[in-house]
Design a protein around this ligand. Structure first.
Ligand code: ADP
Length: 495
């Protein structure tokens, strides 16, 4: 009888492995950071071999003392969009992986936009033309050296996002496949018809021969090579990290929203079985596909969230640790009229303004460091609110509560401010490993470890609920002031 499901959570800065029991409790955890490579400004790379080695090492670490026969299945959640190209015969990567944060294809995106291609990409993939997504990164790799394209056309090379690369390595090179959530981040995949799109492939000049097979999120993809863990274990779940977290948070019904407060904020709202187009510049994306049924989501990202707290600590020296922000912010009743807009890297959804820069407004002679810290902390809540408002407008459905996870969700003051500003309860679960748990749940479902999604992730798991206590008038007033502050940050580097 299997006792565990195993999640491999391959993130941007570290690889993690977590063994979960049938109650969804994490039993053993291992984590390891791996090197970030910055060859030039705006470029971010990972060594695929380092990703694999760190992931295998933590997987073995989290399995210490466990009989592999007790592990029902493995689920993979991964940093999304990061692009890997490798030789099918030798397994040798064609250069480093190009990481989602990498901006090297900004000019290509600009060109495609000026040629009028964006509406087609938007309609078919639910995305915008932005260097963030894999398609232009893959195009760049194919053009980087003389013989690469030719080898790709001959079928000698394989492309994958990190999930596909890990799956290929885990199965000893036997399976080249991905899931719909990862495929949907490539700019090449039609999220309505569930297939690679010929027109988009030809616009980007991508040979079909490099592409992985696309499968659902919860099915047996293959088995691990017996040499890895002593005996084969089925790999039965795959989803991009944010989609996995949405599933792990139990956002199973339309209108349910999760927000991960990490370096940035990532919000996904379940919109049910039909994809909802977004006039407010959110992304339309599959949340998961299980047994032939797809659930879609609207997604919005905030580029700088927890990173603004790191800025208070590392660049301004106003706090010694991220956790100190809460006490300092709580030492004043409000921000004294100060707003911090941390548009350090431009603004993401719903503004998408690469030319915006950080702005502080409302300073007076009486402004203290506590006000600044509080205003920075509150900026996480305001930016989240902007995305929530766009979700409300796009989906036309009320949002009843916000489920939260990620490092900064441990900040009680921030969570209370968030509940007040959003006007809905903010629910923080006991197990905040939503991403890994989501991957484990998708895998466990496929092999019958859990009988239904409801059984796997639908149970009550709230550690604390923050109830809104601000009047609607005050909320409106504060939001209007925030919007005025955001206006002042727009277009700064363009003028
Ligand atoms: P990531 O997965 O993006 O690395 P995590 O989920 O580990 O992020 O969260 C780390 C982020 O959360 C950091 O940017 C940090 O500044 C922020 N953070 C951690 N604890 C707190 C806290 N108590 N209050 C505010 N921000 C915090």
């Amino acid at each position: 009888m299997s006792r565990y499901v195993f999640a491999l959570d391959q993130g941007t800065t570290s690889s993690r492995a977590i063994l979960f029991d049938h109650t969804g409790a994490p039993v053993q955890v291992a984590q390891r950071e791996f090197p970030q490579i910055f060859p030039q400004p705006g470029w971010v790379e990972h060594d695929p071999e380092a990703i694999w080695r760190s992931q295998l090492e933590v997987a073995r670490g989290a399995m210490v003392g466990v009989d592999p026969a007790e592990v029902a299945a493995i689920g993979i959640a991964n940093q999304r969009e990061t692009t890997v190209l490798w030789d099918r015969r030798t397994g040798e990567p064609i250069g480093n992986a190009i990481v989602w944060q990498d901006r090297r294809t900004a000019d290509l995106c600009e060109r495609l936009r000026s040629e009028g291609h964006e509406p087609s990409f938007r309609a078919k993939t639910g995305l915008l033309l932005d260097p963030y997504f894999s398609g232009t990164k893959l195009r760049w790799m194919l053009d980087a050296a003389p013989d690469v394209r030719e080898r790709a056309q001959r079928g000698d090379l394989a492309f994958g996002t990190v999930d596909a690369y890990l799956l290929w390595r885990l199965t000893g090179g036997r399976v080249h496949a991905t899931d719909v959530t990862n495929a949907s981040r490539t700019l090449l995949f039609d999220i309505h018809r569930f297939e690679w799109d010929e027109e988009l492939l030809s616009i980007l000049g991508i040979p079909r021969a490099v592409l992985p097979e696309v499968r659902s999120c919860s099915e047996v993809f293959g088995e691990t090579d017996p040499s890895l863990f002593g005996r084969p274990i089925p790999i039965a779940g795959i989803a991009g990290d944010q989609q996995a977290a949405t599933f792990g948070q139990g956002c199973l019904r339309p209108g349910m929203v999760k927000n991960t407060y990490g370096t940035g904020c990532f919000l996904l709202a379940n919109t049910g079985p039909t994809p909802v187009a977004s006039p407010n510049r959110l992304l339309t994306t599959p949340a998961w596909r299980i047994g032939g049924a797809t659930t879609y989501a609207l997604e919005g990202s905030v580029f700088v969230a927890g990173a603004a707290i790191q800025w208070l600590r590392d660049e301004l020296g106003l706090i010694a640790s991220a956790s100190e922000a809460e006490a300092l912010a709580a030492s004043v009743p409000d921000t004294g009229g100060v707003f911090v807009v941390p548009a350090f890297a431009g603004l993401g959804a719903p503004y998408w303004d690469p030319y915006a820069r950080g702005t502080i407004v409302g300073l007076t002679r009486g402004t203290t460091k506590a006000h600044l810290v509080r205003a920075t902390l509150e900026s996480l809540a305001y930016q989240t609110l902007d995305v929530l408002e766009a979700m409300r407008l796009d989906s036309g459905a009320p949002i009843r509560e916000l489920r939260v996870d990620g490092g900064a969700s441990q900040n009680d003051l921030l969570m209370q401010v968030q509940a007040d500003l959003a006007g809905v309860p903010v629910v923080r679960p006991t197990v905040t490993e939503s991403t890994a748990f989501g991957a484990a749940a998708l895998a466990g479902l496929a092999v019958g470890f859990w009988a239904s999604a409801e059984e796997a992730v639908g149970g009550p798991r709230a550690e604390r609920t923050f109830e809104p206590s601000m009047s609607a008038d005050e909320r409106e007033c504060r939001l209007a002031e925030w919007r005025r502050a955001v206006d002042r940050s727009h277009g700064w580097t363009q003028t």
